[in-house]
Design a protein around this ligand. Sequence first.
Ligand code: B3K
Ligand code: ZN
Length: 883
Amino acid sequence: MRDGSPGTVYLKDYRPSDFMITRTELYFDLHDESVVVSSRLHLQRSHSSQRDAPLRLHGEELELVNLALDGTQLHEGDYWFEGDVLVVERLPDECVLDCTTQIKPQENTSLSGLYRSRGLYCTQCEAEGFRRITYYLDRPDVMSVFCVTVEADSDSYPVLLSNGNPGETEMLDGGRHRVVWNDPHPKPSYLFALVAGDLRCVQDTFTTAGGRAVILNIHVEEKDLDKCEHAMRSLQEAMRWDEVAYGCEYDLDVFNIVAVDDFNMGAMENKGLNIFNTACVLCNPEITTDLGFQRVEAIVAHEYFHNWSGNRVTCRDWFQLSLKEGFTVFRDGQFSSDMGSSTVKRVADANLMRTAQFAEDAGPMSHPIRPESFMEINNFYTLTVYEKGAEVVRMIHTLLGAERFRAGSDLYFQRYDGQAATCENFIGAMEEGGGIDLAQFRNWYSQAGTPEVTVSDAFDEQTGCYTLTVEQSCPATPGQREKAPFVIPLAMGLLGEQGNLPLRLQGAVDENDAPCHRVLVVDQPKQSYVFEGIKRRPVPSLLRGFSAPVRLHYNYSQDDLCALMRRDGDGFARWDAAQALSIDTIVRAEQAMLAGHSPTVDDCVADAWRYLLDDPALDPAMVAEMMHLPAEDYLAELASQAAGANVDAIHQAREVVQKVLGERLQTSFRLAYDRLEIKQSYAPDASQIARRSLRNTCLSYLVSSDRKNMQLATLQYQVAGNMTDRLAALKSVAFYGEDGLRDTMLDDFYENWREESLVVNQWLQVQAMIPDDRALARVQRLMSHEAFDLRNPNKVRALVGAFTTLNPVNFHRVDASGYRLLADTVLELNTVNPQIAARLLAPLTRWRNYAGRQDLMRSELERLAAAKTLSPDVYEVVTKSLE
Ligand code: B3K
Ligand code: ZN
């Protein structure tokens, strides 16, 4: 950990590096007590560099053993340290620097740099972990060809991997061996990777469109060999998809994936050697839910797609992170849509944006997708950079259309191949390739905050003109008071009594008949659109497909929403209408309860739900999505926009609405539950996933409304042949069952699955989410359970993360014990794993949103701020939250 308060880095201060490293040779000598890293850097002074500029190499927690310049050993005085930076002066324009360092991976609990996880050596270098391995120009615009040799004991570490293609293997004296790896593609240090361990491998092949035969390996512990098939198939699908959709082919002879238990995020796209969190690559029906299968497919694809959007074309500096992440999330989203249901995928994306990214955009850490400053870059791997970044690319796609977008992406990949690029380069390529002016669109890159779009309408029966008036604004965010108008693609339709109306937009020239779907390009603070030839006032269907990451306001009546939900031509708009109906119903229930009345659900809502349930022709996946009541954190987010969120009232109101709907539609839920049973053997395909999803939604309504239905859940738990159904049943019993039944089932589940760490995580998570009043004690108890480990990020996320984000009534307990639990855990993790500590802290940063809790939340942040040695990661989040 560094001492003192960390400095701020600014985008405006970017300067190219004074030196380039044309070639990097590394030798890793792995021993249990320490690892000796010898590096040979072939350095070249940059053209732009001052003649006398010194070489400044990054390093962190390294022990320097030896340093030599062009074969001559350097002594103290020839070089010195400025903080962590190693400075060497008076270098010739071209030289070779040899450097030996010693590190202790077994003591590295931050999981950044080279560390050990269950007897396996592995690395995580993005963003700035390589400097924890050796002294280097650890910045993404310094790209080098790497040749890596790894030496280790051959019994304990039979598998030795690094980036690129395998070279020579050699047996050495003393039971040791070594392997050479050559990566011909220049890359920045953050894409370096090394793995050494006793791993087994599942192998397959892929032949690229250009005829290159590629060996695909997934390396796992022996016990996990039966959990790789889905990832392998997903990889092959992704490789083919990228060739077709983007013309991007793989460029090495092998592609390796390694599964690691202790990992800070989902996975990492190291060139030719992707390293995965076990949770994001291992799966089979016994241990994995449908969502888990979909997640594996998406993440395998995401990391693979980085081979072009990230590796071949990388980022100039970390402010450009969204260049690779936003674009790659967009690409994996397209892929998932093509593999499954595009509407369901869109619903999931919109939900994530609205529940979590909007909150981030409105909170103290709010930043544009291309931030202008940071203290700790690891704090900027955010929903804003990733998800909003992807939405921004998606809007470019919407504005250009598929064909012109492809022309833009072709130009981008071709022009910047092998280079470190900027967001500006990407936009420029899209403008040039796509033939569009994106000058004003750039505001999405520089301005933070979620735009508010307010739509009003007027209908003139005489003229048959229907006018939509659209106004946009954007709230102030830290450091940005005034915002310029955004370019907002607003996809829309108009719903008449017989379905969607042709849109005769005044001023538009349509080649064929007027279309029923249009994208209005909103770019002024206020503008109007007139539709002609309308006989009766229609219901506008707005922001179809969540065409822009904005909050949309239009004063819909319940009847409008019911009409959209049943009849609009756009699947997403139908879901959105159902959500709006649910929100309205829950808010009313909340108000009724606060006023001392008993809450009700209007007939039209119950009828709409019944209509969804009873029609077997509808896509069950969409029906399930439509019937999922919005999550409590989304309801809280919406409430915080108004008077402030009352978590207890929200929770009770949501529960009541769920129960009342369950009671009133008991028969329909039961019929659907029976009808949707699957007799065939498990397959994680779209049609089965859809059925299970709706069936388990029915189960939760049934169980929450009538305890007699608990036997359905018990039976389902007993007969379930897959984890999706088993876990859904367990959740129902855990949330709504009697104590005895709940404990028996939870114990049974643990006994059956204690050997499967990923399943145990699910078990921890279910318990963390139980909304009863013993939740906090339960979580505390589980933190000392044999199954919990503070050093394993998956366990921390499953237990503490789930408690603080998915159990709002307990996290926000009025005695502040939830807040204390989080702050205590953050303090402990601050020294163990600063990245995870800072991430875990997010729910406390939203203190301004919670009426009646603000002081309690703030005082925990102040307690953290007063701690003596805060990591830069935690320091940045705490201080910004208190500003
Ligand atoms: N690029 C990595 C994330 C690295 C996070 C470093 N704190 C995974 C991904 O986005 O694909
Ligand atoms: Zn990524």
